[in-house]
Design a protein around this ligand. Sequence first.
Ligand code: ADP
Length: 591
Amino acid sequence: MFRSLHMKLVLILVLMIISVMAVVGTFLINSVSTFYLDSFYEQMQSVFTGDTILSMEEAAAETGADGLRTIVDAHRSRLGIDDYRNYAILDGQGRFLDGSNPNLTLMRTSNVISAMAGGVGTRSSVSDSMMDIAVPVDMDENGSVDYIVYIVDDKQEISDLSWRFFQIVMQAMMFGLLAAILLSFLLSKTITTPIERITQGARSIAEGNFDQVLGVQSSDEIGELTRSFNDMARRLKGTVGEVQGERDKLSTLFLHMTDGVAAFTTDGELIHMNPATENLLGVRVEDDLSFDEMFADLDMPNSDETAMRSFLTSEITRRGRVLSVTLAPYGALDGEGGVIAVIHDITEQRRLDDARREFVANVSHELRTPLTNIRSYTETLLDAAGNLPLETEKQFLGVISSESERMARIVTDLLTLSKLDYGRMELRMTRFQLGDMLRNVAGAMKLTAEDSGHELTVDTPDDLPQIVGDRERIEQVVVNILSNAVKYTPSGGHIRLSACAVPKNRVRITVEDDGVGIPAADVPRLFERFYRVDKARSRAAGGTGLGLAIAKEIVEQHEGKIALASEYGKGTIVTITLPTDLAANTGEEPV
Ligand code: ADP
């Protein structure tokens, strides 16, 4: 109840009024009592002067107590004798002889005792229930007190007056309290209403409505508070907007990144997971899996505690893909923290690593064989030191020469591939007649084919469109494919080189043979470097295993496609599709 500012204001004002009235009332009543007491003694002293006392002594000497009474009666009005104030004539021992009220209850006060001893008793305190004065009368002046004139006031008048004051103070207090309540309403209107408006505004901001602007109605502290509030709301809106923008950016990144990201609490409960995580791990958010369920096969240190506190990278395999999982702790682990798992698909990287390793092993192997041959034949020649028959020497030197040629071919092919890989192979683009080029190549190959007992036919239409490309490289590809057909076709085979225009401004070159063919399982790997179906046959025929790989790179650099179809034991068809207007794409000037 006393929580509201209004009630606090009422309480403060009421307490203030009560305390002020209590102080004022007490001070007033005390002052009245003191004033009354002082004026009583002043009044008494103005009556009991030296002359009055002398005349009292004379009267007492003449007629005793009666004489005294006559004198005191004469001063009755000056002494203020009435219902509340009486006088009494006492003897030297303080006994009552006569007085204004015969029923007066007489007490032996300190003043009476002083008078009995010969002094005038004029001592009374504000707190006493009455005030009095006792004047000794020594009629024969021998030092012994014969009579005492005693005036006593029962303070009834002061009590009445004090009671009246008390009533006035009470009435004033009632008015004061009423005024306090009214004033508190007024104060609450001027103080609490604006504060309530600011409170409302703050609540509304807490609900996310940052467009709050409160009207500033005064230039006092409340007005200043309202201004500061509006300023705060404006800044808050800006800051929240910035934070929101950052959050949106992050959430877009989170949604569309290819790496998986999943956040867990320290208890392993899933908080967030992006779509990439679902794809990579093959799980769904709805499954609400825990950390342990999601990464049951993750190779982690024994203690979960360690895993939660330090960065950790491990690998798992899911659905045939190799995934690298990095765990990173965030926040305070004993409170609002947890761990974030970043999942990266490294299958391709692994495949490339494996391919690179295999390639290096292949290169070493391919080079070692001719090198071993060269070394052993050279050593034999050196050991024999001219003792071998000339024919044998010639034969040995022939082997050395052909093996070095093979090494040179391998190195040249590797260099070509490396240039193609790193884009350092500049294509010299020209526009040329494809038909002419194919007929030239076939012409050059004819002898080789015939040597092997093959029949090589060329079938190119006269209206074959011109194409744009690096003539020399395309020639290299066709020669390679044709020589493969020659190499892998048993003597007496048929090889057909043809070309035709196909839709979308393309031409297709086809090389068909009815040779050994390739088992279906090997076909997909033929364009890999050093991949050979029959190694011995390839080597014997002077192959490097790099021909098709080079052909594929060159064709692809021309934005074309190369494909191989084969039936084991029946023959092989290689098709090369090339665009006719590549110059427009490459920006090269057509010739
Ligand atoms: P190579 O230098 O060994 O000929 P290639 O890359 O040109 O290397 O060819 C790869 C492999 O493909 C060959 O070793 C061979 O086994 C197979 N091959 C290529 N063309 C044919 C074909 N026309 N007939 C049968 N096998 C072929």
